[in-house]
Design a protein around this ligand. Structure first.
Ligand SMILES: Cc1cc2nc3c(=O)[nH]c(=O)nc-3n(C[C@H](O)[C@H](O)[C@H](O)COP(=O)(O)OP(=O)(O)OC[C@H]3O[C@@H](n4cnc5c(N)ncnc54)[C@H](O)[C@@H]3O)c2cc1C
Length: 435
């Protein structure tokens, strides 16, 4: 049902990544939303994959996201097969995620997923069947400073813009984080792992195998890999694992090849769009000739030193709030960084005048904003801190087994900000009774 176009608050979002774009979609029906992005239109659209799980999908679908539709071609993943370095299958698990959480995990090309989020943030309201106005994205406009109390952002050329709400979604290396969380706030730290990331076309990989007169490895057949996550463990003790899953209607495969940095000779780099060294990737992950050919068929190799962020003392100050990796960066060992970012964005619903602070349905006013942001922080930050603990617990025991120990109730069972607040209030009431 379309709501009235009332453009209540002025919202400025810093960063057009997955968090910023989702936040724009959540807020655009009610407020005037502008995103400032330091990069160009094609920013952050590496061809590699991303897995959006039940917690992300259940939030995005009612917002108009068509993960399995023609545009995105997301692949439902409902099976996990694990192999040792000799290609012996050592685990085959059918995942009942749809029955438990209402949706499968969807494997998607990162660029397809981001394009869909851009659509949700900026398409005409009539196309989405909603009220309000589309968000505006201003590319090539870096934000260099903010005044969280006054609600002012400052750009590289010294000009400024005023806002009622500032959503800081500028990623793991957030420049603005200290202005919200304090100058002493933690900074991201390398965890001692690196990930080579490639998206392989199934057709190109098959061609590479045929040219080498090789039979495909046992796991590289449609009946083995369609709708399946493959976990390929390296030689025992090597601490190397390749995680693979299908994208774009099973026509592409994402490989995240993860190893410990201490055994690598590569130069480290801060950018997660940095090109990786193909030869080094093949040296470390070519324990099987077939795997080597398949990885070698990728047109682009990216490499990223895995990093995470210690818990922050706060995500909010005045009328500014941190979301996404700026608030809670973690390694991809559970494939949850983006999903938690989508959860953060959904929590901004509290700013929509569908539910004001008193539950009267009145419009949220500028003066209400700081208290609403603190309310969001009170449930989002503890959840992200717990998520970080769970993800970090898998770092030391580094095999495919640890990644898929079942933590899905915690991650995929999340049901949005209102349920989280109700849970917190129930906990507080119980604590009061127990005293
Ligand atoms: C190898 C790997 C695999 C992953 N796989 C998964 C997965 O399967 N599932 C999952 O849920 N998560 C996954 N993640 C995590 C996920 O990618 C991140 O959590 C997610 O991208 C964070 O989104 P974000 O919007 O916070 O940050 P980003 O996507 O980094 O976006 C930040 C944006 O802000 C812009 N920006 C930065 N500074 C400024 C500034 N000063 N002014 C204006 N704009 C600025 C940047 O250009 C960028 O566009 C993976 C991560 C890695 C490294």
């Amino acid at each position: 049902m379309a709501i009235q176009n009332n453009q209540n608050l002025k919202v400025l979002i810093v960063g057009s990544g997955l968090a910023g774009l989702t936040a724009a979609r959540v807020l655009r029906e009610h407020h005037a939303v502008t995103i400032y992005e330091r990069g160009g239109v094609a920013v952050a659209t590496g061809g590699q994959g991303i897995m959006i799980a039940g917690n992300g999908n259940r939030i995005l679908t009612p917002l108009g996201y068509e993960g399995e539709g023609a545009r995105v071609g997301g692949v439902p993943i409902h099976r996990l097969r694990m192999f040792d370095d000799k290609n012996h299958q050592i685990q085959d698990t059918v995942m009942d995620l749809k029955a438990r959480f209402g949706t499968d995990i969807l494997g998607q090309k990162r660029s397809d997923f981001r394009d869909e989020l851009v659509r949700l943030a900026t398409a005409p309201s009539a196309e989405l069947g909603i009220g309000g106005e589309p968000a505006t994205v201003v590319y090539n406009q870096a934000v260099v400073g903010i005044d969280p109390e006054e609600g002012v952002v400052t750009f590289g050329d010294g000009t400024t813009a005023a806002a009622d709400v500032i959503v800081v979604a500028d990623g793991i290396h957030s420049r603005l984080r200290p202005l919200v969380a304090g100058e002493g706030a933690p900074k991201p730290q390398k965890t001692g792992h690196l990930a080579y990331r490639v998206a392989v076309s199934v057709e190109a990989a098959n061609r590479a195998l045929a040219e080498a007169n090789m039979k495909p490895p046992v796991w590289w057949r449609p009946e083995m890999f369609n709708n399946t996550t493959l976990v390929l463990n390296g030689p025992p003790g090597s601490c190397r694992v390749a995680m693979a899953y299908p994208l774009r209607r099973n026509t592409y495969f994402n490989f995240s090849c993860i190893m410990e940095t201490r055994v690598s000779s590569r130069r480290t780099t801060e950018s997660w769009h940095a090109d990786g060294d193909r030869d080094e990737m093949l040296e470390y992950f070519g324990w099987d000739e077939g795997l080597k050919r398949i990885l070698g068929s990728a047109t682009e190799v990216k490499c990223w030193d895995l990093q995470d962020l210690d818990p922050l003392p706060t995500w909010t100050k005045g009328r500014a709030i941190l979301i996404g990796d700026a608030a809670h960066a973690m390694t991809p060992m559970q494939g949850q960084g983006a999903n938690l970012s989508i959860e953060d964005a959904e929590a901004l619903r509290l700013l929509n005048n569908e539910h004001d602070a008193q539950g009267t349905g009145a419009k949220v006013r500028r003066e209400d904003v700081p208290a609403i942001l603190r309310r969001i922080d009170s449930v989002r930050r503890p959840r992200a801190d717990r998520a970080l603990e769970l993800v970090r617990a898998t770092h030391g025991r580094f095999t495919g087994h640890s990644k898929y120990e079942d933590k899905s109730d915690f991650f995929m069972g999340y049901s949005g900000i209102y349920a989280a607040l109700a849970e917190k209030e129930k906990g507080a009431a119980k604590h009061g009774e127990d005293k």
